[in-house]
Design a protein around this ligand. Structure first.
Ligand SMILES: [Zn+2]
Length: 122
């Protein structure tokens, strides 16, 4: 039985083209965000087939790629049906914020958005 997995970018060369989701910080190639959306946040971000959404909800400004995360402590899991992140690569730090209307959408669901740039950590 296969666990759900993200479309893991295979090329390390040209990694500048990779983008990280501003909500869950998963790292994928832009074309995969566009084709399949975010494997964790698609329900809210709806990036599939929308270049605009991909541009707004992902960023190429991130650093530190980690392959493993702790799904149990994920705040995203609170609104995910699966309660787990998919396997994949994640950015340790992501610069930027999701658009305001997405933040409002999260709030409407009773979720407090936490930017992934760790500015709220101290
Ligand atoms: Zn995401």
């Amino acid at each position: 039985m296969d666990a759900p997995a993200a479309h893991i970018p295979t090329a390390t060369k040209g990694s500048r083209q990779l983008r990280a989701c501003l909500l869950c910080s998963i790292v994928q190639q832009p074309i995969d965000f566009r084709k399949y959306g975010c494997p964790n946040c698609e329900e809210i971000l709806q990036m599939k087939s929308s270049g605009d959404q991909v541009a707004q909800c992902t960023t190429s400004y991130f650093d530190g790629i980690i392959a493993v995360i702790d799904p149990e402590n994920s705040w995203v899991s609170k609104w995910q049906r699966t309660s787990k992140y998919v396997r994949g690569m994640y950015a340790a730090r992501v610069k930027g914020r999701i658009p305001e209307h997405i933040e409002a959408e999260l709030e409407a669901r009773g979720i407090k958005y936490r930017p992934r740039d760790q500015t709220d950590m101290d």
